[in-house]
Write a protein that binds this ligand. Structure first.
Ligand code: GDP
Ligand code: IMO
Ligand code: MG
Length: 430
């Protein structure tokens, strides 16, 4: 039975939430498997907008089981707030949400560390994190000795565990000259607050790895919802300007516990252009009128932090790399409507690095900083396309633009989106 993965191929915010919501109809289970409340996924239906950070975008269909798998880092306060927000708007969140007892938990010290360390990047440029404690929590996960998993919060030694970690964290955070104020880390208060969170989340907590393995064996249809984008992958992205998990297609198995051999389809999500939030090189960035045109039309402001997103032309070198890295079968091209009314469109088809032309995405951030994009120019289209409902009906220049992207990435375009709503989505005829 098919397991499908939805993966962002750029620097995040490719409109993964919209696609997951649409595909949910054909699936029994939707799984978030990495990242945390740094993600902001938007689902729009009947004119109502919902923003999801931790809860999978399958939550709007009550018959679908949603799973937050062990690869996610969890801020219980955010999750509870999100559940309450959904419930107050009539969305059912009960036994249809399952959370892994293996998920690592974000604590107040992780926020302190995020603030303290974001500025300390070697290049002098800040990563510009979402300040959600994501990197520090993943660091403790890999470091093991100061980590707490959701399942640990139900053990009899939880109070002692918090006390001993707070002791160490206070020491670590009292770096001379540090802006952090670790003194407010009160072990007993943290224990009490987190015990209350644990009680609140108890009905949802389960061994999701076994659940998913059983589900796959029972031929259930499983949909994996990626967070962030492949260029933010900790191992394969634009390090160190990345997030702290495997946000490309390679992260599905470690995050969920389901082996890659069960993945039958990977859908790569791309914007028709490129955006990035936070620091780091961005070869096709348009810090000019074109960038502003895209920002205005695409409402390109961070879902989580509301920061203006950096905007630029479609980078086929980067997207071809992440298409291959993520094992993508088909593409979904989102926000095509945003490009309407531009006289011409550029696609970056190669980079020039040290005077040589290449289509290989550089592995070192310093080289990526140096590359000069080689552009191909295509004619734009002036028509608004938000009401178009079939790919055939798109303006000829829009179809040519999609064809060129498919050619450069070596994968067919299966989905085209021309607006945030469910109805503003077109599927290629098989
Ligand atoms: P995600 O993090 O990948 O789920 O994406 P975000 O939700 O952060 O950002 C995508 C934004 O684009 C959201 O505000 C969506 O409502 C919006 N959106 C999705 N598809 C389209 C589209 O085809 N056209 C336009 N104009 N907006 C879209
Ligand atoms: P979704 O799932 C866009 C970026 C941050 C920062 C870097 C590291 O909505 O696509 P972190 O807080 O993760 O340590 O920040 O990663 N970032 C995102 N950018 N969309 C996201 O998620 C992001 N999640 C993290 O802006 O540059
Ligand atoms: Mg987002």
């Amino acid at each position: 039975m098919p397991a499908t993965c939805v993966v962002g191929l750029q620097w995040g915010d490719e409109a993964k939430g919209k696609i997951v919501d649409l595909l949910t109809e054909q699936h029994d289970i939707v799984v978030r498997y990495q990242g945390g409340a740094n993600a902001g996924h938007t689902v729009v239906m009947n004119g109502e907008k919902y923003k999801l950070s931790l809860v999978p975008s399958g939550i709007f269909r009550p018959e679908v089981q949603c799973v937050i798998a062990g690869g996610v880092v969890l801020n219980p306060a955010s999750l509870i707030e999100e559940i309450d927000g959904l419930t107050s708007r009539g969305v059912k969140v009960a036994e249809n949400l399952m959370i892994s007892d293996r998920a690592h938990v974000i604590f107040p010290w992780h926020f302190e560390e995020d603030r303290l360390l974001d500025q300390q990047c070697t290049s002098g440029e800040a990563i510009g994190t979402t300040m959600r404690g994501i990197g520090p929590c993943y660091r403790d996960k890999v470091g093991r000795s100061l980590a707490v998993r959701l399942g640990d919060m139900y053990r009899s030694n939880f109070r002692e565990r918090i006390a001993s970690i707070v002791e160490v964290k206070k020491h670590l955070l009292s770096v001379p000259g540090s802006a952090a104020e670790p003194s407010h880390l009160d072990a007993e208060e943290i224990f009490r607050t987190y015990s209350a969170y644990a009680e609140r989340l108890r009905p949802h907590v389960a061994d999701t790895t076994s659940y998913l393995l059983d589900a796959i064996e029972a031929d259930k249809r499983v949909l994996f919802e990626g967070a962030q984008g492949a260029l933010l992958d900790i191992d394969h992205g634009t390090f160190p300007f990345v997030t702290s998990s495997n946000s490309s297609g390679v992260g599905v198995s470690p995050g969920s516990g389901v082996p890659g051999r069960h993945m039958s389809k990977v859908i790569g999500i791309i914007k028709a252009y490129t955006t990035r939030v936070g620091g780091g090189p961005f070869p096709t960035e348009q810090d000019n009128e074109t960038g502003q045109h895209i920002r205005d039309r695409g409402n390109e402001y961070g879902t989580v932090t509301r920061r203006p997103r950096r905007c630029g032309w479609f980078d086929a070198v980067a997207a071809r790399y992440t298409t291959r890295l993520s094992g993508v079968d088909v593409l979904a091209v989102m926000l095509l409507d945003v490009l309407s009314q531009l006289p011409e469109l550029k696609i970056c088809v190669a980079y020039e690095l040290s005077g040589r032309r290449t289509t290989t995405f550089p592995s070192h951030v310093d080289d990526l900083r140096e590359v000069v994009p080689v552009y191909e120019t295509l004619p734009g289209w002036q028509e608004e396309i938000t009401d178009v409902r079939s790919i055939d009906q798109l303006p000829a220049n829009a179809k040519a633009y999609l064809r060129r992207i498919a050619e450069l990435l070596g994968r067919p375009v299966e989905v085209v989106s021309v607006g945030p709503d469910r109805q503003q989505t077109m599927f290629a005829q098989a």
